[in-house]
Design a protein around this ligand. Structure first.
Ligand code: FEO
Length: 171
């Protein structure tokens, strides 16, 4: 017995978030593959993990939509970028993408408050907290890359350290 079935508008908004999380996973997968081909194996490992986590974010949404009497839709995905200028550009893109995700999560939270859907509102708090971590992580990585600049030795150590950097995923 469901406490309260999802409103059609909320189901649609959640499925749009499913799409965005799936696109995030594809985007980071494309970055990982490019980094690996360039010889940045540690950064590639980090980005492959990050891509996997975005897929988990998508799955959590699909399962929630289905648990609430809706239908989680597996989306069509567009081709992400294939090449990137350098590692600095990659993490600038990661940060701007995460800021976009945060904006969309905030819109969803606002929608739930307007609909008085407190169950979905509570579910979304996990994503609100996750976005703080994701933006913080991307910002910290960018700060390090700016310190390293053109120093090849610094980049070698950075790449090595990224292989084991935890992304603080709280799934
Ligand atoms: Fe699931 Fe990085 O947003």
């Amino acid at each position: 017995m469901l406490y309260k079935k999802l409103a059609a508008s909320t189901e649609k908004a959640l499925n749009e978030q499913v799409q965005l999380e799936a696109e995030s996973s594809q985007y980071y997968l494309a970055m990982a593959s490019w980094a690996e081909v360039q010889g940045y194996n540690g950064i590639a490992q980090f980005l492959y993990r990050h891509s996997d986590e975005e897929r988990v974010h998508m799955l959590k949404l699909i399962r929630f939509i289905n648990d609430r009497g809706g239908h989680g839709i597996v989306p069509t995905l567009k081709q992400p970028a294939v090449t990137f200028k350098n590692i600095l550009e990659i993490f600038e893109l990661v940060l701007s993408h995460e800021i976009l995700v945060s904006t969309e999560i905030n819109k969803l939270v606002d929608h739930c408050l307007q609909e008085k859907d407190y169950t979905t509102h509570t579910f979304l708090q996990w994503y609100v907290a996750e976005q703080i971590e994701e933006e913080k992580m991307a910002t910290q990585i960018l700060d390090k890359l700016k310190l390293i600049g053109e120093d090849k030795g610094g980049m070698y150590i950075f790449d090595r350290d990224m292989a084991t950097l935890q992304t603080e995923d709280r799934r």
